[in-house]
Design a protein around this ligand. Sequence first.
Ligand code: ADP
Length: 166
Amino acid sequence: MISIDLGDITILDCDAIVNAANKTLLGGGGVDGAIHRRAGRELLAECRTLGGCETGEAKITKGYNLKAKYVIHTVGPICSTQKNQASLLANCYKNSLDLALKHDIHSIAFPAISTGVYHYPLEEATKIAISTVKTWLDMHKDYKLDIIFSCFDEKTYNMYQRYLEA
Ligand code: ADP
C-alpha cells in the first residue's frame, strides 16, 4: 500500500525511515539534520563505522531515539553535476526497498530524495519515486510492505497526490 503524509518524517511510527543523506553519512542539513537531531548522537556514532555511501546506494542503521526501528541512509544525485541522474535517483528507492526486504521491514517512509539542497526538479523526482516504488511492489507481490511518501511541504504533497492518482 502506498500513502502520502504531510509533515515531519522523523516523528513517523514505521519500521524504517529513509534518510536523504550525503556521501559522508556524517549528517548535514535538511531531512538529514532533522533525523540526526531526533535520533541522537548514537546514530552519528554508528554512521561513522559505515565508511560513507555512494550515490544511489543505501546503508542501514538502527533508529535509536526515533520511533522507527531503522534508518536507511541513501544518497541522491546532485542535480546537474552527475550523468544518469534519473537512474541514480531510481536506485536510491530500489536499493532502500531491497534493504527493507532483507531486514524484514514492513513499513517504510521516504522523503522526497534530492529535491531539497540537491535541487532535483520536483516533478521529475516525484515521477521517478512513484514509478520505481510501484515497479518494486509489482515485483514483490508476496511481501507486505507499506510505503509512505513523507512530504514536508504542500507543494511536494500536491505533486505526489497528482502522480499517485494518475
Ligand atoms: P537532498 O540533499 O537529497 O535534496 P534535503 O534534505 O535538502 O535533501 O531535501 C529533501 C526533501 O526532504 C525536501 O523535499 C525537503 O523539503 C524534505 N525535508 C526536509 N526536512 C524534512 C523532514 N523533517 N521530514 C520530511 N521531509 C523533510
